[in-house]
Design a protein around this ligand. Structure first.
Ligand code: CTP
Length: 444
């Protein structure tokens, strides 16, 4: 691949229902300027047909070694590839690859490739955990094949567990360290440095800041007030933005998810820390998304030693009273800071006045006074942001779940209603709405 910024990528596709996700991965790779040859197995073509792969890749597609034999494709494709990525890799495909079987174009390509090979398994949990599959994965890894762990979550049917194909943006991020370094971070710098700078895409050249997770408000060194936010939506937003070409800062509060590749990660714990990190990162941002669940209140007093029970026999049930004070509203503060910056009055700001587009979230349950959208509309007005993403929460809805439904509200009263989907689907919907707004605001 030399000094070029584009690579020859072979996208192998196994015969699993997750083959549809490989279409989006293909899109991300071609939009970044890479030449992608899709090599499906015969079974993969039963899920997604050759015309789809050909139209999306702009190249002929075959699963057979008997087509265009004069060009010796079963050898040529592997030899010329800079990266082979197989998604989804089924149990059968892993077994054939581990045993060196070469009975179709994809498996011959795997034997002739001398470049990095990345395989993303996807199958039902039982098949993934079976000792035969685990032994095949161990064999492939011992040979230097990069076999990703499958994601956990909803599988083809109603069941869930490990075996899900990671989202296209996560697969793309896993490819990044093996693609030309002039447009992507190296493996070593992938986590700490802003990522896919220079990658063409709807957010190319944009600096975006996303908050994620839930803040914790400390009572003493061992206790805190917290909330149930998993951070999944914020992390999905960061991953999708990076894949769309943005330079991403992710301000993360208490999230136990792997750091997204190619994203600058800033870890915070409390609302006050998040306010400081978001204020600093937002000054030079084009877009700010407040996806975090910020505690509205914090204990008025932090006790710097562990609060102990009293042992008074006359008052065995004695318990301390915790007084709370209001936390700042970070979203509203960012909107107000922007207005002050625009008016050139924000003292102490040495940055060029920036005008980030500001997106808020509204986690609502709906109640007697109105439904989710009624509350979201009121919140949009109250907070003064440019877009508000509303979703319904409850003890079993959204928090920590993989399926969500978001509606995007704008100050002009328009509502873009979403359908149930993954948090990455929601992130794509949100960034599409943001990209549209950015296009309408050429000054940004
Ligand atoms: N938010 C914030 N700072 C806070 C509270 C919330 O920046 N102290 C942000 C959230 O990140 C989200 C939006 O404001 O983008 C709405 O959060 P939500 O918890 O739904 O609303 P609240 O402001 O807490 O309003 P209410 O308690 O009335 O529902």
């Amino acid at each position: 691949m030399g000094g070029s910024t584009s690579a020859n990528v072979v996208l192998g596709v196994g015969g699993g229902i997750a083959a549809y996700k490989a279409c989006l991965l293909l899109r991300l790779l071609t939009e970044a300027g890479h030449q992608v040859t899709v090599v499906p197995t015969a079974a993969a073509l039963r899920f997604v047909g050759a015309p789809t792969w050909e139209a999306l890749s702009g190249r002929p597609v075959s699963d057979s070694v008997w087509q265009d034999v004069y060009d010796v494709p079963h050898v040529r494709l592997g030899q010329r590839a800079d990266l082979v990525v197989v998604a989804p890799a089924t149990a059968d495909l892993l077994a054939r690859a581990a045993n060196g079987i070469a009975d179709d174009l994809l498996t011959t390509t795997l034997l002739t490739a001398r470049c990095p090979v990345l395989m993303a398994p996807a199958m039902h949990t039982e098949m993934w955990l079976h000792p035969a599959t685990q032994a095949n994965v161990a064999t492939l890894r011992a040979r230097g094949v990069l076999v990703l762990d499958p994601a956990e979550g909803r599988l083809t049917g109603a069941d869930s567990g490990p075996g899900r194909l990671p989202e296209p943006e996560q697969l793309y991020a896993a490819c990044l360290p093996h693609l030309p370094s002039s447009s992507h971070p190296t493996a070593a710098s992938a986590v700490s440095e802003p990522g896919a700078v220079g990658v063409p895409g709807p957010l190319a050249g944009r600096r975006v800041v996303v908050s994620a997770g839930g803040t914790r408000e400390a009572l003493d060194p061992v206790r805190f007030l917290g909330n149930r936010s998993s951070g999944k939506q914020g992390y999905a937003l960061a991953e999708v933005a990076a894949a769309l070409g943005a330079e991403v800062t992710l301000v993360s509060a208490n999230v136990y998810l792997p750091a997204p590749t190619g994203v600058e990660l800033v870890k915070v714990e409390s609302a006050l820390q998040m306010l400081a990190a978001m204020t600093a990162a937002s000054e030079s941002a084009d877009v700010v998304v407040m996806a975090a669940a910020v505690a509205d209140f914090r204990p008025a007093r932090y006790v710097d030693t562990k609060i102990k029970k009293t042992h008074d026999p006359d008052d065995p049930d004695a318990a301390p009273t915790i007084t709370l004070v209001r936390n700042p509203d970070i979203l509203a503060t960012l909107v107000a800071d922007r207005a002050k910056r625009a008016a050139g009055t924000l003292s102490g700001s040495s940055m060029t006045p920036a005008t980030p587009l500001i997106v808020g979230f509204a986690a609502e349950t709906g109640d007697a006074s109105g439904d989710v959208l009624d509350h979201a509309r009121a919140k949009l007005t109250r907070k003064g942001c440019d877009l508000l993403v509303a979703n319904q929460v409850g003890s079993d809805l959204v928090f920590g779940q993989d399926v969500t439904t978001v509606h995007i509200l704008a100050p002009d009263g328009s509502v873009q209603r979403g359908a149930p989907g993954s948090k990455h689907d929601a992130a794509r919907q949100i960034w599409a709405a943001v990209a549209q707004r950015l296009g309408e605001r050429p000054g940004l």
